[in-house]
Write a protein that binds this ligand. Sequence first.
Ligand code: ATP
Length: 618
Amino acid sequence: MRSDPAPDLPGFRARWAALRNVPPFLRMVWQASPGLLVLSLLVRLVRALIPVTALWFGKLIIDEVVRLAATPAPETGPLGWIGTDSTGTLVLLLGAEFLLAILSDLLGRLGGLIDTLLTERLTMASSVRLMDHAASLDLAAFEDAGFQDRLERARRQSGGRMTLTGQILTLMQDGVTVASLAGGLVLYNPWLILLLVAALVPAFLGEAHFNAQNYNLDFRRTPERRELDYIRVTAAGVETAKEIKIFGLAPFLIERYRTLSESFYRARRRIASARAAWGTLFSALGTAGYYLAYLWMIGATLTGRLSIGDLTFLAGSFLRLRGLVEGLLTGFSTTASQALYLEDLFGFFRQKPTILPPAEPRALPRPIREGFRFEGVGFRYPGAESWAVRDLSFKLRAGETLALVGENGAGKTTLVKLLARLYDPDEGRILLDGQDLRSFDPVALRGAMGVIFQDFVRYSLSAGENIAVGRIEDRDEPARIEEAARRSLADRIVARMPEGYGQMLGKRFRDGIELSGGEWQKFAIARAYMRDAEVLILDEPTAALDARSEFEVFQRFKELSAGRTAVLISHRFSSVRMADRILVLANGRVEASGTHDELVARPGRYAELFELQAAGYR
Ligand SMILES: Nc1ncnc2c1ncn2[C@@H]1O[C@H](COP(=O)(O)OP(=O)(O)OP(=O)(O)O)[C@@H](O)[C@H]1O
């Protein structure tokens, strides 16, 4: 998954090969709701046979009318027919056709209802599967642009394209109808069918061609479309509104959006116009086929080989068949191109994570006895030229508080991500109590850690839930949440909220309260305290805190991390100096380590940075 190039544009063969996704898709539909699927199939089977039945009744009625018209009319006019023996069959036939019309309408509506429900169920099921699968993939995957494109296409697929179920089922239904009508035609004259098919094949090929072009356009333009979405969200988003105003960015963004979407529009217009022009020509061919057949039928009726009823049945069948076969062929081609979109969805599902639990994971040491050891660890982000960290060798002893110091981009956050096994090193290894991190279950490993990243998430959830995400299975344990809030000082913020722990945070939803950066940070820190973490890691946890809060937070952190292993990343020396040991990173390597006093006494980067910061306060 590390080097994940954008897939090549699928060729013609690949398009048809994509149809192999239809069976797993139907399996997915079946899993989403077996009952609805069976019901839908039954309703459609009955509906499929209605047209031929209705046409046949029509033929019988006309033949009966013609027969009656040839007999002398009663003297009382047409009403005189009523109640006489000779009209019995006609009344029966009319009644049957009337009931058939009612049944057809009823089944049509029922089918529509079932399809709507089935689509809802399927959208739900596939979205859940999508989220579930995305959660199982490596973090590295999410940082790869090719992956993001694929995810985007898969997401569109799961949201918008689920009408495919209806399409496939309709295709099946129409198939049965066509078979039944064609059966009738063949009984009269097999050549009629051939005429029909010959007239329709060009239309089908045209459709297939243009559908493929549309898909190609969508495929090639996925990155641009993601950019369009990004611009739209940025230009009209809640989170960005402030900065857009300050910098007056709207015209710039709008212009960029316009230019991009213009080129999209032009490409679509080109395909749509060509499709319309060719479509007209192909349709004319179909019409010509119909009139040739019609001529034959009229000839046969005039020579007495067909009755008037036969003529209406055949002409009706032929007309219906033409519409149906046309629909069937284009439907088939649409389905094939939809199946290409399915390829994105199932291709995404086929993608596998590389950070997996080993076949027989070791039990995580509890408590940790020795600690972690980095041995010549090197790591490069996927697609990056340079190493984010290299030749990292150091120990993180059990029970100690280690501070990581270094300038921006020195590799501090990367080191933490490696420790939590969000990535695996490209070189060297990381040991926990003498065992390679890869020999443990990553989920268990992360479960033993409380990590708060500098770009922690501000969840649009309640205050209590924002803390509970640290250990979501305990979300219904208020005592635990309150305790975590007390430790991180978030309890004081909650005390001021009208709805306490039930208060919605953030501005996204109604009645949500927006917090300051430092307040959000206290909620994030509370998450770390929700867990019985053996290892606490705070990545610049106090950047947004005021001086007093920072002091208090660290006092508590020191108390609470007593006996635990803790890693602290900070640019503030007032915090850093509390650590038992400090690791100075530069360009992804360990440059020096020691206590604050040792490092200040030594000439070097630490003493230099410390002096710079101290000077700022004088
Ligand atoms: N997701 C990523 N993809 C590619 N490169 C990355 C990614 N994250 C970080 N890097 C690169 O890796 C290097 C180390 O980054 P890291 O985030 O570990 O630095 P840091 O010491 O935590 O910096 P800061 O003090 O600014 O938080 C940087 O050169 C950065 O450009």
